[in-house]
Design a binder for this molecule. Structure first.
Ligand code: ZN
Ligand code: ZN
Length: 347
């Protein structure tokens, strides 16, 4: 019987003949507990819930585990580290991690079963950025590619990252000129570090972040990424210089912190979702994303040239149809996959 795989709160694989089950990026602890091994591609919490669970044997990069700990303040348990570009055996299944871009320590996973070679991308970015390399192309022949499709819809409006960065820069300098402190909501992990690195290069300005983002920044810094910032947890608000400071807030934080109450501020948000939504409570919304856009995803599929493509998350149906039309490859959302496994519905 061929290797079985399906989506069940994560991507579940069955290796024959031992009936070993492996799950990639489980989204519930229950799904992970039912498997022998879990692989975590990166530390964003929609991919990494299995880390702090003693009962689950987890494989990830060391950096993904460190970043998870600073992001959530929870300790990863029962975690085994995998180096990039080195084949290793995980419970008799040969596996290799290659860089995914997106975040430090983020991996695409290649699984070598006897009959099929899989590549599961996790979240990827294919542009070389200041804080992360671009997603690598596997040098193996891939039978089945399972690819994220967060922004896999052709008509989403993404400008080039350079141009978006320039508009953020312009908005910051305009705000400062009108004596307002620019306050930017942005993802703690990934987006914030990329923006800090860019602003450090372009402006001589004090950047303030919350404590958790500061912890993440420290890990980036240990990895050799040049970042300069201050933590506003230790900020005495008289220190804040209206003419020369920018504040970064966690993306979902609606109310600015107390120390900004008596200040004149201008607010913007940086998120890939700005390609879809207006974010009208902000003066500006910038669609900068650490995820590949539709065209970038398509180029990634093209370069890998797999036999079959399964899409996952976001615009999975839309992206599968783009792949079918443009690349003439078999493509469908893994969640809607009709190729149902047998073997008692795959254990
Ligand atoms: Zn992610
Ligand atoms: Zn994700």
């Amino acid at each position: 019987m061929p290797t079985l795989f399906k989506y069940e709160s994560g991507i579940k694989f069955l290796s024959k003949p031992e009936n070993l089950t492996l799950i990639a990026d489980p989204t519930t602890t229950k799904a992970a507990s039912n498997c022998d091994v879990a692989i975590i591609t990166h530390s964003h919490t929609d991919h990494s819930i299995a880390f702090p669970n003693e009962g689950i044997k987890v494989y990830s990069t060391e950096l993904a585990s460190k970043l998870y700990e600073s992001l959530t303040a929870r300790k990863p348990k029962n975690t085994h580290f995998v180096d990039f570009n080195k084949k290793m055996n995980i419970n008799d299944i040969e596996v290799k991690f290659i860089p995914a871009g997106h975040l430090l320590g983020a991996a695409q996973v290649i699984l070598y079963f006897d009959d099929l070679t899989f590549c599961y991308t996790g979240d990827i970015s294919t542009d070389k950025m200041l804080t992360v390399p671009k997603a690598e192309i596997p040098d193996d022949e891939i039978d089945i590619l399972i690819i994220e499709s967060t922004y896999g819809k052709a008509d989403l409006m993404f400008d080039s990252r350079e141009r978006i960065n320039i508009s953020i820069l312009k908005w910051i300098t305009d705000s400062l000129q009108s004596k307002k402190i620019p306050v930017i909501n942005i993802g703690h992990l990934g987006g914030a570090q990329e923006l800090i690195a860019f602003l450090n290069e372009m402006l001589s300005i004090d950047i303030y972040c919350d404590g958790r983002t500061s912890q993440i920044n420290k890990i980036y810094k240990q990895e050799g990424i040049k970042l300069n910032w201050n933590s506003f947890d230790i900020l005495n608000d008289t220190e804040l210089k209206a003419e020369n400071s920018v504040i970064l807030l966690p993306r979902a934080l609606k109310k600015p912190p107390e120390f900004l109450k008596s200040r004149k501020i201008a607010r913007s948000i940086v998120t890939g979702q700005a390609s879809r939504f207006a974010f009208s409570s902000f003066e500006q919304a910038f669609p900068f994303s650490m995820h590949a856009n539709c065209n970038e995803l398509l180029n990634h599929v093209k370069a890998i040239n797999p036999k079959k493509v399964y899409t996952l998350y976001g615009f999975d149906s839309e992206f599968a149809s783009v792949v079918r039309q443009k690349l003439k490859l078999f493509a469908r959302p893994i969640k809607l996959s009709k190729e149902k496994p047998t073997l008692e519905e795959f254990l």
